[in-house]
Design a protein around this ligand. Structure first.
Ligand SMILES: [Zn+2]
Ligand SMILES: [Zn+2]
Length: 89
């Protein structure tokens, strides 16, 4: 488990809505899952998995205002809108 620097975290890493849930899960659906290599979360959608792993890798972190965005796309939009950067990360 990675330790984040002292900062504001906008997203809830542990409350991901795509996280494996054994209540509404069938064997059929569980054939293809995407387990996180950094923590014990398992995702059923590849996009959700990649979005999540990018959080661990710090790819959604805005160095300007020390915030974590929920996805890389959101970070790019954030950089463009808030800081006027385009594709600079
Ligand atoms: Zn994880
Ligand atoms: Zn920012």
């Amino acid at each position: 488990m990675q330790t984040w620097p002292q900062t504001t975290i906008e997203i809830n890493i542990f409350g991901y809505d795509s996280v494996f849930s054994d209540q509404s899960w069938s064997i059929e659906n569980s054939l293809k899952t995407f387990p996180c290599e950094y923590c014990d979360k398992v995702f059923k959608a590849k996009n959700s998995y990649y979005n999540h792993v990018n959080i661990h890798k710090g790819k959604t972190f805005c160095v300007v205002c020390n915030k974590h965005l929920s996805t890389v796309s959101n970070l790019k939009a954030h950089m463009a809108q808030k800081h006027g950067h385009h594709e600079s990360i």
